[in-house]
Design a protein around this ligand. Structure first.
Ligand code: SF4
Ligand code: SF4
Ligand code: FES
Length: 318
């Protein structure tokens, strides 16, 4: 009989260990079904959380073979097929403190979230008695970010957060900042956006891990792009991230490609680049890897690139 092996990372509050459970394969089941079966039939001490079983409450996310999933929404067959194995290693979500076994601690994250003021700061045009009117178009701007169920998967997958837990905000916190900043009833978007800027907004590395694993298909990367753009509109243009964005934009618009010799100078300034990068650049030149006299020419089809820029200018922003 086909068996699926679950190797589960256990934690009792002091020490952790790996524990193995074998389960007879059944088709058409979910990951949550498997965990529940293990707890009911093999080990009542196994801790994990779940509630709605319909991808609504966000409480059942764990990591399986290094990727994060909602256990109630994820078919066991899909996981076995994805990883091409009957051995599954289950761990709690990454970038969270662990309470017991697969149960993570949300309290510090929810405290941290308060920095972006995840509530509406009402415009004067509304009142508790008259309320606010919102058009269909205005509602559409908040429809997707409001879908977030706080499952924590994006934080578990976030590459920047893994390196920078203190400085960076969890992607679902960025989503909350975005959700209230674009709400037509909110009168102070800057109060949601500025704390994001002050918490390493420009350090998102665009790995798209948060986007690819989000069970609600929220485009967190596009939200990061919007938040960055808004900080520039707020006049925050003299930081590394904004200067890099301008330099990148100008190179591509003018030539259709980057000039890797001048990009660091435009981003970090000539003096800093000289101090930080010249020794490395000299080594590259001596090995024939770069030619300091080479100035990139316009790409063939630069007219098309410029048309894309013109088109992008006219596209409606969220
Ligand atoms: S943004 Fe997506 S992955 Fe992140 S907590 Fe919300 S629903 Fe989960
Ligand atoms: S795209 Fe940015 S926010 Fe999303 S996982 Fe990567 S580093 Fe984190
Ligand atoms: S149990 Fe509620 S989202 Fe999975």
């Amino acid at each position: 009989m086909r068996k699926i092996t679950f190797t589960i990372k256990r934690f009792d509050g002091n020490k952790d260990w790996l524990q193995r459970y074998d389960l007879p394969y059944e088709n058409g089941k979910t990951l949550l079904w498997a965990l529940t079966k293990i707890r009911e039939e093999q080990d009542p001490t196994l801790n994990f959380t779940s509630a709605c079983r319909h991808a609504i409450c966000g409480s059942c996310a764990i990591r399986v073979n290094g990727n994060s999933f909602l256990t109630c929404k994820t078919a066991l067959d899909e996981i076995l097929d994805t990883f091409k194995t009957d051995d599954l290693k289950c761990e709690p979500l990454g970038n969270f403190d662990v309470v017991r076994d697969l149960v993570i601690d949300w309290k510090p994250k929810l405290e941290k979230m308060k920095v972006v003021k995840p509530w509406i700061i009402p415009k004067e045009s509304g009142s508790p008695t008259t309320g606010f009117k919102q058009s269909e178009q205005e509602f559409q701007k908040i429809a997707s970010p409001t879908d977030c169920i706080l499952c924590g998967i994006c934080a578990s997958e976030c590459t920047q957060l893994a390196m920078n837990q203190e400085g960076y905000l969890e992607p679902f916190i960025l989503n909350r900042a975005y959700r209230f900043a674009v709400d037509s009833r909110d009168g102070a978007p800057e109060e949601h956006i500025r704390p994001v800027l002050e918490n390493d907004l420009w350090k998102c590395v665009h790995c798209m891990q948060c986007v690819s694993q989000c069970p609600k298909d929220i485009n967190l990367s596009a939200e990061v792009a919007y938040l960055r753009q808004e900080t520039m509109k707020m006049g925050e243009t003299q930081n590394l991230g904004a200067r890099h964005a301008y330099a990148f934009h100008d190179d591509v618009k003018n030539k259709g490609r980057l000039n890797e010799m001048t990009l660091p100078m435009k981003t970090e300034g000539v003096v800093k680049t000289a101090m930080k990068r010249v020794p490395f650049a000299l080594r590259m030149i001596s090995k024939g890897k770069i030619n300091p006299l080479h100035m990139p020419k316009e790409v063939e089809g630069i007219a098309g690139v410029r048309k894309i820029y013109e088109y992008a200018k006219g596209v409606d922003q969220p």
